[in-house]
Design a protein around this ligand. Structure first.
Ligand code: NDP
Ligand code: OXD
Length: 314
């Protein structure tokens, strides 16, 4: 039995090393190795080349090495077999760290204090609203969004969430569906996007949406954080909305094109913070172990968990 590991954009060796140690009875190969295609029973993928999963007649499951599966569904030649995504406490904690860091950075005006330090300005009189007076809106209340929302609520922020279906989270007002999107936006000072990229969510973060965020909040204007996917955002609209005042500042971890092109105005915009799609990296130790556990359980006859519903694309 062979596990094919096909990765674009990340170092492959750490994954091969972990899988070889954790699944010693399997042959672990990459697309560059010589291997029998009819011996491949599992694929572990991060952005595999289109068509790479064709002609694997004994394939039983595809494991995404990330939580997102848009990279898998982008393959028009995807075989009709279970797609399993990452749900792992290590990844969830990393994402919540990033969300809390950047919400607090904007809330506590840290970029302005960095500037003041560079200019040697001592100004203690800036208004500093309490967290309870700042309304955070979490788009997406799945594994990652719900955890980050709870942690922000524990710090004291006034947190609401929006998802496709109705959720119940203690202390967090939950909105659902397109019909409740405007009401959610109308009470959001810091908008955090933790949505998957699907046909329904592509381009959702656009100028019309930013214009619905309130401008009279305690932070003096709305903030945007996006760690979902670059395809959710219209970058030209982000720049235009920052210039018009519909947005006050943004932190972006994901981009329409990655790596972010050198000529993108986002690199040097004074009110944009860029992180290089690493808000929650897939740690090979944690994620390979969780995939190996799934493979062993599956071979004992147990059902796979975290299988994606292809009709929903997430
Ligand atoms: P989940 O599938 O657990 O959650 C997705 C959430 O989005 C759900 O609450 C879902 O609603 C909601 N949603 C989906 N479509 C819609 C829609 N059309 N309208 C409203 N809500 C919608 O995903 P995760 O939380 O695990 O991950 C979210 C995304 O984060 C991933 O898909 C990936 O793109 C991104 N990610 C980014 C990383 C990075 O490093 N930047 C790292 C890891 C993930 P409902 O609950 O009703 O189904
Ligand atoms: C993921 C990612 O989806 O790292 O896990 O983007």
């Amino acid at each position: 039995m062979t596990l094919l590991v096909t990765i674009t954009g990340w170092e492959v060796e750490p994954w091969l090393d972990r899988f070889r140690r954790l699944l010693p009875d399997k042959r672990i190969v990459t697309p560059d190795d010589a291997f029998a295609r009819d011996d491949v029973t599992y694929v572990a993928t991060w952005k595999h080349p289109r068509g790479a999963l064709k002609d694997l007649p004994r394939l039983r499951a595809v494991f995404s090495l990330g939580a997102g599966v848009d990279h898998v569904f982008a393959d028009p030649d995807l075989p009709k077999i279970p797609i399993v995504r990452v749900i792992d406490p290590d990844l969830t904690m990393r994402m919540s760290e990033w969300v809390v860091l950047h919400v607090l950075m904007h809330h506590r005006q840290q970029r302005m204090y960095d500037w003041q330090q560079a200019e040697k300005i001592w100004d203690e009189d800036r208004e500093q609203p309490a967290a309870k007076d700042v309304r955070v809106g979490m788009m997406g209340l799945g594994e990652l969004g719900a955890d980050a929302a709870r942690k922000l609520a524990a710090i004291g922020f006034d947190v609401a969430g929006w998802a496709r279906s109705r959720h119940r989270l203690e202390g967090i007002r939950c909105f659902s569906g397109i019909g409740e999107l405007d009401a959610f936006l109308a009470r959001t000072d810091i908008l955090v996007c933790m949505l998957p990229l699907t046909d329904d969510t592509r381009g959702l973060l656009n100028a019309a949406l930013f214009a619905k965020l309130p401008k009279d909040g305690r932070l003096g204007g709305p903030f945007l954080l996006n760690a979902g996917r670059g395809g959710l955002q219209v970058e030209a609209d982000i720049v235009a909305s920052l210039d018009s005042g519909d947005l006050k500042a943004a932190t972006l971890d994901v981009f329409e094109t990655e790596p972010l092109p050198q000529e993108s105005p986002l690199w040097s915009h004074p009110r944009v913070t860029v992180t290089p799609h690493n808000s929650a990296i897939s740690n090979p130790d944690a994620i390979a172990a969780s995939i190996a556990r799934q493979v062993r359980a599956f071979e004992r006859g147990e059902a796979l968990s975290n299988v994606v519903n292809p009709a929903r694309q997430y």
